[in-house]
Write a protein that binds this ligand. Sequence first.
Ligand SMILES: Nc1ncnc2c1ncn2[C@@H]1O[C@H](COP(=O)(O)OP(=O)(O)OP(=O)(O)O)[C@@H](O)[C@H]1O
Length: 239
Amino acid sequence: MNSGVLKKHIFSFGVTVIFMILPPSHILQAENLSKRVSSDRWLFRHLNLSLVTGEQLALQGASGVGKSTLLNLLAGLEEPDSGRILYYAQDLALMSEPDRLALRRTAFGFVFQAFHLMPHLNALQNVMVPCLLAGMPVNQAAEQASHLLDLLGLSQSFEAFPSTLSGGEQQRVSLARALVHKPTLVLADEPTGNLDPKTATQALDLLCNTCRSQNAALLMVTHSADAAARLDRTFVLTG
Ligand SMILES: Nc1ncnc2c1ncn2[C@@H]1O[C@H](COP(=O)(O)OP(=O)(O)OP(=O)(O)O)[C@@H](O)[C@H]1O
């Protein structure tokens, strides 16, 4: 073995050992998080939650307990009353608004409960938005968006505007939009809540498999015990 090859072997062995010794890195940490929605109502107090890179976590809890609010806090869309949220050890509250916006656009993927599709854009254009915001060429964005819409059974609906789509179709467009730019963290609020059982299984397969293959962490709100059981771990939010 010549010395160049030997050095390469020693280097890759060293990298492997470092990965084995280091604890898994936290992509997201919520520390001592508290949120109050009125003078006498706290949704949660001193909540701690963390996700490691590539981990899939189900978020469960009774209706109205604060799951969507927690997702909004973790995404930096709302501010906690106390506590902090770290993305790879960076405190979201200490980032400038442009940096936080850039992080949300490039690293995060969202499936909102209310979809939040842009009404003046068709399904394909809605899914292309995160790619275009990340600076991807239009052709490539269209290719990635149409591939995901195909996989979600929406190949006939590229040109359809949100108002002409059913709730389940809008939800699948919203799911495609959350994944299309290959985010590192996907926050999904009941992403299969509007789908029939067969379509829900297909959509969940796509969500979980895409996150696994891209080593993206997934935090998914779900009322379904079956859906939760597919993920690595469940966190139950209690009032
Ligand atoms: N900004 C706010 N001001 C006042 N009340 C709020 C605010 N945000 C959330 N709430 C209240 O907090 C509670 C939790 O809402 P949230 O949507 O987070 O619950 P959830 O657990 O996601 O519920 P579901 O499972 O029904 O979707 C609700 O009672 C809601 O009305």
